[in-house]
Design a protein around this ligand. Sequence first.
Ligand code: SF4
Ligand code: SF4
Length: 278
Amino acid sequence: MIVSVASGKGGTGKTTVAVSLAISAAPIALVDSDVEEPNANILLRADHSTSRKASLPFPVIDMKKCDFCEKCSDFCAYNGIVVLKGLKVFAVPEICKSCGGCKIVCPQDAISEEPRDIGYIKFGERLGIQIVEGELNIGESSSTPLVRMLPDYFPSGRDVIVDCPPGAAHPTVESLRAADFVLLVTEPTPFGIHDLEEALVITDELNKKVGLVVNRADIGTSDIENLAIERNIPILMRIPFSTDIAEHYSRGHSPAEFSEYWREQFALLWQKIEEQVR
Ligand code: SF4
Ligand code: SF4
């Protein structure tokens, strides 16, 4: 079973929920697909035993073969390849999407490809949780290619929890694709409801089963509850505002690691998810 933990916006406690759920459901795999700012392992604190570079094919031009015909730059919809007539032809790493099209259209067979590193995929284990963490290099313009690579590294033979990027953009969509169930973490504020509705557009589009965790459930409005009833979406957990949880988080601790009560609550949440998927 693959469970993606997502939220329409940052700061809802999504990663705390993902890590706590993993601790209570272990043995399990936890995949951090928030590759621009991976922080699940700040809470889990696994040693990264191995890592590998993540790379994409990048066009390299053999100027001995090139006749400056410009077919490559005419083809590239992203303006990712530049032809300086009589001087040089080069691809721009920050713009190129590694589609391979310029290589195909070059009539002189002057374009080959070589790997260009865009980040790392790191692996570790602690508390019975195998963690797989994507980390994008600083300066990369798009995190989507690295997020797309992560399912190839999901450990086999274990259920998987995916800590998704916040928001409702492409990397989030890619993080939800493989999910059997999407757990949306939200909070009962007007911003929370607005962003939850945006996230629901994606899960509807992808035809995913969805459940809610309402964080800081005892403050704010009751509109989330009304929305859940209207949309027939189960609220699987309500987490009250808690100084205990806030203190754990400020020390970089997951509530489920240090509190028997929260370990049981998240185990119960896992059971409810299993029932929803069955
Ligand atoms: S298509 Fe090939 S030959 Fe034409 S400008 Fe580009 S690299 Fe050179
Ligand atoms: S690989 Fe694709 S995106 Fe990159 S320069 Fe060539 S045509 Fe453009």
